[in-house]
Design a binder for this molecule. Structure first.
Ligand code: GNR
Ligand code: NI
Length: 167
């Protein structure tokens, strides 16, 4: 296993649209293991392959405090339903910033698991929000895209400054 570097906004590679996984093989298993380790170490409740500069449709999520309930979604497709609700979101690729974002209440996901078997899952609450957030990453979309241009510009400037300091 390995901890992978996480790309940070405004890195243009975060804007890449991920390709479907053609075959869930050993290479994908290793990617999933590395993503889980990276997510737990960060720590975060989810991670999309895009964030570790792999542009394939793979997501890992664990919203439990005990960190013992990993979910793996390969080639996920979403059906959104329910009310629109606003929650504070953060992102490992936008470190230190938390802003309200509107999402759907419920989601149904159809995906492949880490063994390549198809499954579907219905989620609500934080898991639903996180699934929607991670699927956005696979489309090259970030939560800051839902904010005002002014807020996004401020966040970008602060992060670029921090990135220059640590470079
Ligand atoms: O760790 C994370 N927390 C979080 C909180 C509210 C809404 C979404 C998230 S996802 C984030 C990890 C991350 O950046 N995943 O892409
Ligand atoms: Ni994120």
């Amino acid at each position: 296993m390995a901890i992978l570097p996480i790309l940070e906004f405004p890195d243009p590679r975060l804007r890449t649209r991920a390709k479907p996984v053609q075959k869930v093989d050993g290479r994908i298993s290793k990617l999933v293991d590395d993503m889980l380790e990276t997510m737990y170490e960060a720590p975060g409740i989810g991670l999309a392959a895009t964030q570790v500069n792999v542009h394939e449709r793979v997501i890992v999520i664990d919203v439990t405090e005990s960190k013992d309930a990993p979910h793996v979604f390969i080639n996920p497709s979403l059906s959104l339903s329910g009310n629109i609700l606003e929650t504070e979101e953060g992102c490992l690729s936008v470190p230190g910033f938390y802003e309200p974002v509107t999402r759907h209440e419920f989601v149904r996901v159809d995906a492949l698991d880490a063994s390549g078997n198809a499954f579907s899952l219905e989620a609500e609450g934080l898991l639903s929000i996180c699934i929607q957030h991670e699927c956005d990453h696979l489309e090259g979309k970030l939560f800051v895209d839902y904010l005002s241009g002014l807020k996004r510009t401020r966040i970008k400037k602060k992060l670029v400054k921090l990135q220059k300091q640590s470079a």
